[in-house]
Design a protein around this ligand. Sequence first.
Ligand SMILES: [Zn+2]
Length: 452
Amino acid sequence: MLMDTHAHLNFKAYEADRAEVIQRCLAKPMAVINVGTQFKTSQEAVELTRQHDNFYAAVGLHPIHVFDESFNPGKYQALVNDKIVAVGEAGFDFWHFKHLKEPYKIILLHGWGGSKEERFFIWLEQELTALGHKVIRFDFPNTDNPNQKKWLQKLEQEAGYINGKTLFVGFSLGGVTALRFLEELDEDVKVGGVYLLGTPTADLGYNELKDFFKTDLNWGKLKTACNSYYIYNSTNDEIVSPDHGQKLARELDSEVTVVEGAWHFNVEKLPQLLDDIKQNIKNLNGILPTIEEVIKRQKEVFEAHIDLALKNNLPLILHGRNGLAERNVYLEMLDILKAKGADRAVFHFFGGDLATAKTLVQAGYFIGTDGPLTFDKKSEELQAIIRDIPLDKVLIETDSPYLAPEPFRGQRNEPVYVEQVAKKIADLKNLTLEEIIEQIWQNAKNLFKLKG
Ligand SMILES: [Zn+2]
């Protein structure tokens, strides 16, 4: 039987049409393991097992969430029943936290008709770089006739990795662009601060701005994406009246700082803003963990997962992601597994090199592979790994809703697409699709002790 050994149909991405996605799995037919990443999503994965004979679950706290929840083994133990076939996903993810070693990144966004060469932005860049922070001054295209889609694309391309050490300073329409950008961030991503100067909340009657205000701002999502909003309004802004600032403050649980003097186009310096940024960074430094604290916490939580798995005679679904040049998460996890005598596990969405893959397989562990195996570019090494390692150590997964395979790349993923991964393995191994599906089903039964 076709099997997806790693999906998240328990995630919000399926809120609107989960029943239809499940229906497509039933129609195949196929088996699915839905994997928890926190207590709530673990409970939901367990809930899904009740809806379908061939649905199984894994329960665990994902390493990127070790600061969102303290791992309580007793609570997870209470979820275990005979359709819980693994503990996880658990492991090390240094990539998600690598920014903790990097400087703060402050993104400066100019407004309609403005430019990155405005004296205000140059002043702010000088002040902030002198403090050791990284500054990006944006240059939006077509400023006379702004286009929301193009502005957001440019921001996405050039802003790079967004995280708790990212701050946005938006002047006027640049502020709206920052808010629209935050609305699209993944659920888990939170930024460190947003500073809005003379920022409108409605289109002000200008046709050129219609796009930016086609829908209301999503205040709920904006509050999830950032805890610290700072709002500044001039006493005599001739374009954006002060009530816009008051509305922002009300909706975003913030306050308005009233600035004396002329705006909208000739603000030069704003010492209050600089002080606010400095104070906020001081606060953030007190809240954000150090990279050493991350590693320590992830290790403790990982070991507690291994104990839980051994206690219940269950295998582990492991998540590993490198991010620190000097460390190999896979080999670190291998050492801990060996020390604890945990010999049943799959390295889900393996992203290491061939030598590491061989070491893991020789130690008896499974390699899970996903949609990116089907990509033409940038997956030569992964394809070489799958070609090289024995088929009886391979599992196929989707990691839905992420990592959709070709030809669905870029779309929301779903378990039935796992067949594309199986097809790619058939090519790589010179076997038929049926042979691959059958062998991988046997592998899954073997690791997870599935019945049937
Ligand atoms: Zn996952």
